[in-house]
Design a protein around this ligand. Structure first.
Ligand SMILES: NC(=O)c1ccc[n+]([C@@H]2O[C@H](COP(=O)([O-])OP(=O)(O)OC[C@H]3O[C@@H](n4cnc5c(N)ncnc54)[C@H](O)[C@@H]3O)[C@@H](O)[C@H]2O)c1
Length: 263
């Protein structure tokens, strides 16, 4: 049976996923409904893919689709996950930061008691972290390096009066917990929340964010220490062509998860 896909958020990620489905997964799935807070973006995407999907609001997408892909914002992702879960529908959440407001959902996800999926995003090593959690885990740290334009406009830089255009060498702009990181960088550091959901939680997961005019890639290093030993991964991501804050691998991770669900 061809699964009906609904996409919430028609930006870099939502559009690329929709195009991929139309071009490569047509025998198993079809994008039937989309939503965006910006009607022009929804219309643009609706006109680009065939067959043309319906434009709805968030509830309309959840209602009409079998599989929902959230690629919008942490402001709405928690509620989307909750509503889809209540209707026993599959939902992929990319703005994982929004799940921190829904601890009951995080517990269900970790016990595999829901159909809420969190793609691995732009990081590698979640499989090792999940295994490590069987024993004691002492520390989990994410060290992120982003080009200047990947951090532009973030709340943290504004609050700390950091003028991004004046940074002329490698600079540590943030060091703290994953919970605070997503509060200050809601569009830039969802991977910190993904990591904390799979591991020791948002208050214990450490995050360091560096930037530099020299950086051209979104680089994520993960360091985990525990009863098992030490794990270290490094992913050097190219940014998406359409949004420098989003890594191309994060978009691919959503597509890979969707293919897994469709199999
Ligand atoms: N999990 C990860 O590893 C990871 C990696 C990259 C991006 N992300 C997150 O995925 C989401 C999508 O990323 P993107 O690169 O496509 O961003 P984008 O800015 O290119 O697109 C987001 C789209 O969502 C729409 N939108 C925003 N708020 C909305 C709302 N309340 N209701 C409906 N639509 C809304 C915007 O108008 C925009 O069209 C972002 O929240 C981003 O932070 C997660």
């Amino acid at each position: 049976m061809v699964k009906k896909i609904g996409i919430i958020g028609c930006g870099a990620m939502g559009s690329e996923i929709a195009n991929y489905i139309a071009k490569n997964l047509g025998d198993k799935s079809k994008v039937v409904v989309i939503a965006d807070i910006d009607p022009r973006r929804a219309e643009e995407l609706s006109n680009r893919i065939k067959p043309k999907p319906l434009i709805a609001d968030i509830d309309g997408v959840i209602d009409k689709a079998d599989i929902i892909i959230e690629a919008a914002s942490p402001e709405v992702s928690g509620d989307i996950a909750e509503k889809a879960d209540a209707l026993k529908k599959d939902v992929l959440i990319m703005s994982t930061g929004g799940l921190l407001k829904k601890q009951h959902l995080i517990e269900k996800i970790n016990l595999s008691k829901s159909r809420i999926y969190i793609p691995s995003g732009a990081i590698c090593g979640l499989d090792g972290l999940r295994s490590a959690m069987t024993g004691a885990v002492k520390s989990v740290t994410l060290i992120t390096r982003k080009p200047l334009k990947g951090l532009a406009g973030s709340l943290y830089l504004k609050e700390k009066h950091i003028e991004i255009e004046k940074i002329d060498k490698e600079t540590l702009v943030y060091s703290g917990t994953a919970r605070d990181a997503i509060k200050y960088f809601p569009q830039n550091i969802n991977v910190a929340v993904t990591l904390s959901i799979c591991g020791i939680g948002a208050d214990k997961t450490g995050v360091k964010i560096y930037t530099s005019p020299e950086y051209t890639r979104n680089t994520h290093e993960i360091e985990i220490e525990g009863e098992f030993g030490r794990l270290w991964t490094r992913t050097e991501n190219l940014p998406s062509k359409n949004n420098p804050k989003t890594s191309q691998l994060a978009i691919f991770s959503a597509i890979a998860k969707l293919k897994e669900i469709l199999c």
